[in-house]
Write a protein that binds this ligand. Structure first.
Ligand code: G3I
Length: 373
């Protein structure tokens, strides 16, 4: 009796193990096509959020730090670097064999004021700002040399019309600040992949600006490896045709294409201009938060279809698209709950607030090219 019980338990154990092993995962489904990743927060890369860590280690083969490597976090004062969150992030990535991304070296946002000012609050010279940029890039990229494999070197340098944003980098240094940032990063780690990263590149005017920028950089021999299309999308923008054209246009310039910050906003958009500009801040209004206690089936179905369409489009360009990274792991921690309106309940990712896969997860797995085909 005891012997047969043993066999039953052993058999069930084997069945359970085999089933668990056969569960498709995102990284396996897209193996040979592109890497699949997520942006991580400190609770995840410190090991405090174990439910999320189980998802991350099972599903993803590349990670991006949501905030830990931004200038204001890693370099808050002139002579002060704060590496503890970033060190933890990189260690987590190494332990779990991730392709580790660094985000981001030169951005107009989340940079402390001191970077651009002297002790009296006056703007510094081009020479001083270039020296500060060099010190920052050399120190940060140098510290993680060989471990962080790809860097978002310059983030969001363009306006919607494709012209260069009049950031303080641009005003003080001039438009070659972009070229300098890439050269400094290459000098600090010649093996690292180096990216230009921006949102709304699917729109023609901004895309044209980015294409011109990449063309100019390449003509000057600037070491740019790829373009990150952030991909903070809604249910109907951009169209898959726009995404398709975006991939094709950048691929023609010989750069890798990545979708670096993917999420799908299901909530009403509060004004006419679709953007991911972090400075936008719209007043709360119950009309803008229609699903505080759960997503209606019809919207869940539409989200599922949207994700299937997106991944079918990316997968048409396997190899040209080298990475798709979600901006977060589950809905509970997404920045989309607080932007552009604070305190909403949004549903932008593949895992729900209890870290369970949503129907969109299966749709993304199903959209993968069949192995061997
Ligand atoms: O760390 C502080 C914490 O100490 C404080 O108590 C709390 C109070 O609000 O704020 C915390 O900082 C917040 C930080 O996220 C970490 O949670 C900042 O206020 C908040 O502005 C910051 O937002 C981030 C935003 O970039 C600005 O850096 C979002 O998490 C992050 O998802 C978002 O990511 C950007 C990409 O880097 C670039 N592309 C657009 C994307 C979405 O905006």
């Amino acid at each position: 009796m005891r012997r047969s019980l043993f066999f039953v338990v052993a058999f069930l154990g084997i069945v359970f193990y085999a089933t668990a092993q056969n569960q498709p995962t995102l990284k396996d489904a897209y193996q040979g096509c592109f890497m699949v990743g997520a942006a991580l927060n400190p609770a995840q890369f410190s090991g405090r959020d174990q439910a999320e860590d189980a998802i991350i280690t099972a599903q993803f083969n590349t990670t991006t730090p949501e905030n830990a490597l931004k200038w204001e976090v890693v370099h808050p004062q002139l002579d002060v670097y704060n590496f503890s969150p970033a060190d933890q992030y990189v260690q987590f990535g190494q332990e779990h064999h991730m392709f580790i991304i660094g985000h981001t070296l030169v951005w107009h946002s989340q940079v402390p004021k001191w970077v651009f000012e002297d002790a009296n609050g006056n703007p510094v010279s081009r020479k001083v700002l270039l020296a500060r940029m060099h010190d920052h890039i050399n120190t940060v990229v140098g510290r993680y040399k060989g471990r962080v494999k790809g860097w978002d070197v310059v983030n969001e340098a363009l306006n919607e019309d494709g012209s260069l944003r009049q950031s303080r980098w641009m005003k003080i240094i001039g438009e070659d600040y972009i070229e300098k940032a890439f050269r400094f990063a290459h000098e600090a780690d010649p093996e690292a992949q180096l990216y230009y990263n921006d949102y709304s590149l699917e729109n023609e005017a901004k895309r044209k600006g980015a294409l011109d920028l990449v063309r100019k950089l390449k003509a000057k021999g600037v070491p740019i490896t790829g373009v990150g299309v952030q991909e903070h999308v809604s249910m109907d923008w951009p169209t898959t045709d726009q995404i398709d054209a975006t991939i094709t246009d950048f691929a023609k310039l010989g750069v890798k294409v990545m979708f670096t910050e993917l999420d799908v906003d299901v909530l009403p958009w509060p004004n006419s201009q679709q953007t991911a500009d972090v400075s936008l801040n719209v007043a709360a209004d119950p009309k803008l938060n229609p699903y505080p206690s759960g997503l209606p089936d019809s919207v869940q179905d539409a989200l599922t279809k949207r994700y299937a369409d997106l991944f079918r489009t990316y997968a048409k360009h396997c190899g040209t698209v080298t990475r798709v990274t979600f901006w977060g792991v589950s809905d509970k921690d997404s920045w989309k709950n607080d932007w552009p309106v604070r305190g909403r309940t949004n549903y932008p990712l593949l895992f729900d607030r209890n870290s369970q896969p949503k129907p969109a997860f299966n749709a993304v797995i199903q959209a993968a090219p069949k192995q061997g085909s």
